[in-house]
Design a protein around this ligand. Structure first.
Ligand code: PMP
Length: 370
């Protein structure tokens, strides 16, 4: 029998990759432990459920599923262009913003290049970098957040791209407008800066950076956004980048022609007009954040102050054990040891009763220990 050594044949960068660790699916836990009820606070999803307006629009759109989607996403791009006051040609749609990040890396980075990102930053940055065989440069974090001075200082002649997550996942840390702008001033214009704003909608409006407006002054800047979080469409996969027309044109050359499916396009168009849904999502998140931070304060847990829809809590060296015990109580959270945070657990903000279920489970675990 002939033998094919797949591992030896794979691209060297791919061989060294660890697969992305997604949050544990709810039905998997139900199956494994025979639990009647499971609460998932593991993937920074929107706890509100689907917008009613999106549901209605999707039901009609189902009839169109025999057709290919609009490869250029005309209507969605027009809406996004109006929202951001840019030209539709500046927008690149993605199968989630994950896809956008990967397209960016594949468009601009080659094996000889370096890509800079922060310690504890979103795992997809090293993943897309290594897949290309480029060198990832992880810069030590400061107070769990990006150390922008150190990141600017890490730029070498080989640096092609810098990923900046604001807010960052899994730490929830946030960079001020001033800090970001002075960073952009320092980075040479031949280096692309990808500003990943997946959680932007949760940031108070008066604190958000005018990131898209900056594209005029910094043609090496790309801003990415998603419909997965505050807009509540994670399962459909829709995200986008806003950049110069030139960058978008290049990204468009390697993007899969139908990377955003017709249901996603429709849902994203509709949710952009559902202002009530977005406002409610932000309000529920603020309240849930307060519920969880108060629990931490009252019970002596340190946490990383978060601008996202999740809170990363320091539970101690037995974080892995606590994660397992929470699973047995039907609560799925996210271990973040893979992010260099072995003593923390990341908890996505849920509905008040879901947050309370997490709090009750934590209290039961703590009292069983004492
Ligand atoms: N960026 C950050 C910082 C994230 O946390 C996530 C989701 N975990 C993404 C991008 C990608 O999300 P999506 O592909 O669903 O848009």
């Amino acid at each position: 029998m002939s033998v094919f050594d797949a591992k030896a044949a794979a691209n060297p960068g791919v061989r060294q990759l660890q697969p992305y660790q997604a949050g544990k699916p709810m039905d998997e836990l139900q199956r494994e432990l025979g639990l009647a009820k499971v609460i998932k606070l593991a993937s920074n999803e929107n706890p509100l459920g689907l917008s009613g307006k999106v549901r209605t629009a999707l039901q009609a759109e189902v009839e169109e599923l025999i057709r290919y989607p609009d490869a250029n996403g005309f209507y969605l791009k027009s809406k996004l262009a109006a929202l951001h006051q840019v030209q539709p040609q500046q927008i690149t749609l993605g199968n989630g913003s994950n896809d956008v990040l990967e397209i960016l890396a594949r468009t601009f980075v080659s094996a000889a290049d370096e890509v800079i990102y922060s310690q504890h930053a979103f795992v997809v940055y090293p993943l897309v970098t290594q897949a290309i065989g480029a060198k990832g440069v992880s810069v030590a974090a400061r107070n769990y957040g990006h150390d922008l001075d150190a990141m600017a200082a890490a730029v070498s002649e080989k640096t092609k791209m810098i990923f900046v997550a604001n807010p960052n996942n899994p730490t929830g840390t946030f960079l001020t407008t001033e800090a970001l702008q002075s960073f952009l001033d320092k980075v040479p214009s031949r280096v692309l800066v990808v500003l990943d704003e997946a959680y932007s909608e949760y940031v108070p409006e008066n604190e958000r950076a005018p990131s898209v407006a900056w594209l005029h002054d910094y043609p090496n800047l790309v801003v990415s956004r998603t419909f997965s979080k505050a807009y509540g469409l994670a399962g459909l996969r829709a995200g986008y980048a806003v950049s110069s027309v030139e960058i978008a044109d290049l990204m468009n050359r390697i993007r899969q022609p139908f990377n955003v499916n017709s249901l996603s396009l429709k849902a994203a168009e509709v949710i952009l007009d559902d202002h009530e849904y977005l406002q409610k999502a932000v309000r529920v998140n603020q309240q849930g954040m307060q519920q969880l931070t108060e629990f931490c304060q009252q019970n002596g847990y340190n946490y990383i102050p978060s601008y996202g829809n999740f809170l990363t809590i320091e539970v101690g060296p037995d974080a892995g054990e606590i994660y397992q015990k929470l699973l047995h109580q039907g609560v799925i959270v996210r271990p973040v040891g893979g992010y260099g945070l072995p003593n923390h657990l990341r908890v996505s903000i849920g509905l008040p009763e879901e947050n309370q279920a997490f709090i009750d489970a934590m209290n039961r675990i703590a009292s069983a220990k004492n």
